[in-house]
Design a protein around this ligand. Structure first.
Ligand code: NDP
Ligand code: MG
Ligand code: MG
Length: 336
């Protein structure tokens, strides 16, 4: 059984008198900064010149500084920049301002695990990774709840890296829900595998394949959309609440029998073999290398793919259907 820690295992007092620099004010950054502030931790926000989010951070009442000044002024530095931007910001603005005994923290292990950032030995390095998007991290905190989180210590220079990390996790609300101890390696590899094979890559291709099969067979796209995309949320909500058994208890016996006979035919040996390959490419650094290279050349494959994905039929049908449901807080991704 994994070791799980809660607020009772944390001592937020160790953050008193310290200043935390939250670098970045995006999805995670705004949530960490605001939750820390509400937990009475002193926070400054570090952003680059011309940052779009700087005005938002200022409006939310934060002191916003260039990254180098924020680091120089703080004791704990939480790096909440895009993973691909972290290495160059680290080299130019973070590393030159680190002092022995400071703590450098991350919410994902990518840059450290794949050696894009190699912090000095005299600095504590830990990770607090909330297991949800930043907007939920903030929302649950304001409701008196919290997001489950992961805690990992990569380097314990002071002897108190774990204590500071756990205090941080508690101050952003993770200690209310449970904090599981892990390593940078385990967090990075499972996070990448999960989003590729299941949560993002797996789920979207499964939905697309189902939708296209029905539409190609002559069924109305609106009905195909409801069956293969919209209802996914309802099923996942049931799984979230009570596992597969609760979901299966709630659906009809016919749906449950279909689940039993058809599921393993859709996700069979071929898909499981593909998952093993994906995991291996995560573990041996092939995926990381590919993603770093794609960034170095300006993301040509990703830009083209985003365009293709945004213009597919399924997205048009979905937008029209969401307009029919005004109670939905319908969202639209900005044009890239
Ligand atoms: P976002 O893309 O939402 O936000 C990035 C922030 O960094 C923005 O404020 C952006 O400013 C700023 N920024 C971008 N480039 C630079 C730069 N060169 N120098 C200084 N600031 C810069 O990132 P996320 O919150 O999604 O991700 C942050 C970290 O959290 C990553 O390590 C990620 O893996 C991790 N994480 C993210 C989760 C999520 O739900 N999103 C979940 C768990 C972990 P600007 O306004 O100019 O764009
Ligand atoms: Mg991830
Ligand atoms: Mg049905």
């Amino acid at each position: 059984m994994a070791q799980v820690y809660y607020d009772k295992d944390a001592n937020q007092e160790v953050l008193k008198g310290k200043t935390v620099a939250v670098l970045g004010y995006g999805s995670q950054g705004h949530a960490h900064a605001q939750n820390l502030k509400d937990s009475e931790v002193s926070v400054v926000v570090g952003l680059h010149q011309g940052s779009r989010s700087a005005s938002v951070a200022k409006e939310d009442g934060f002191e916003v500084l260039p990254v180098s000044e924020a680091v120089a002024k703080s004791d704990v530095v939480m790096v909440l920049l895009p993973d691909t931007a972290q290495p160059s910001v680290y080299k130019d603005s973070i590393a030159p301002n680190l002092r022995p005994g400071m703590a450098l923290a991350f919410a994902h292990g990518f840059a450290v695990h794949y050696h894009q950032i190699e912090p000095p030995a005299d600095v504590d390095v830990f990770m607090v990774a909330p297991k949800s998007p930043g907007h939920i991290v903030r929302r649950l905190y304001t409701q008196g709840k919290g997001t489950p989180g992961l805690l990992a210590v990569h380097n314990d220079a002071t002897g108190s890296a774990r204590e500071v990390g756990m205090a941080y996790a508690s101050a952003i609300g993770c200690g209310r829900a449970g904090v599981i101890e892990t390593t940078f390696q385990e967090e990075t590899e499972t996070d990448l595998f999960g989003e590729q094979a299941v949560l993002c890559g797996g789920v979207t291709e499964l939905m697309k394949a189902g939708f296209e099969t029905l539409v190609e067979a002559g069924y109305q796209p609106e009905i195909a959309y409801f069956e293969c995309l919209n209802e996914m949320k309802l099923i996942v909500d049931l799984i979230y609440e009570g596992g597969l058994s609760w979901m299966r208890y709630s659906i009809s016996d016919t749906a449950e029998y279909g689940d039993m006979v058809a599921g393993p035919r859709v996700i069979g040996d071929e898909s499981r073999a593909a998952m093993k390959v994906l995991l291996k490419e995560v573990q041996d650094g092939t995926f990381a290398k590919d993603w770093i290279l794609e960034n170095q050349v300006g993301r040509p494959r990703m830009k083209a793919w985003r365009k293709r994905e945004a213009s597919q039929k399924l997205e048009e049908v979905g937008a029209d259907l969401r307009d029919m449901m005004p109670w939905l807080e319908s969202k639209k991704a900005p044009k890239q």
